[in-house]
Design a protein around this ligand. Structure first.
Ligand code: AMP
Length: 147
């Protein structure tokens, strides 16, 4: 079986490089299209519980600024792996929901994420990789992040 469209989901941390490298390798092997998605959490998530009703404009500005910054940073990491900047998409929301919905929308047949192998509370709360694994309709490849 050949994958046709690989979606790499990365946060804006150094570990993204490991996820991007694997996604690049698999996409090349399968001669598949490669897309990259990074999800910016909404301001209301960042300041959970804070009443944001009267701060709508601040919230919009914050999200636009956060999206622009995330795009530049992920494009730079992608460039290091030989991936063009046009492949990078940024959305706002819950990472798991955005990753799964975007994969469906773009017709991706493989999602690549990182995984930390969390224990205890982290495991109970569920990681992004775990959420994607359980909700995606396509295959999911998790890359165990090495320190
Ligand atoms: P986490 O479960 O948050 O430690 O993250 C595990 C993996 O999920 C990361 O290595 C990324 O592949 C993916 N991920 C986490 N947060 C995001 C995000 N905001 N946008 C896109 N992918 C993410």
């Amino acid at each position: 079986m050949r994958y046709k469209h690989v979606l790499a989901a990365v946060d804006v941390t150094e570990e993204a490089g490991q996820v991007l490298a694997m996604a690049r390798e698999v996409a090349d092997e399968h001669k598949a299209k490669l897309s990259i998605l990074t999800v910016v959490k909404p301001l209301t998530h960042v300041y959970g519980g804070l009443d944001m009703v009267s701060y709508t404009q601040i919230s919009v500005n914050f999200e636009e600024e956060a999206k622009a910054q995330a795009k530049v940073q992920v494009q730079a990491m992608a460039a290091e792996k030989g991936i063009g900047g046009d492949e990078v998409q940024v959305s706002v929301g819950s990472p798991v929901t955005q990753i799964v919905d975007s994969a469906e929308r773009m017709g991706a047949d493989l999602i690549v994420t990182g995984s930390h192998g969390k224990h205890g509370l982290g495991l109970m709360l569920g990681s992004t990789a775990n959420g994607v694994l359980h909700r995606a309709n396509c295959d999911v490849l998790t890359v165990r992040i090495k320190d």
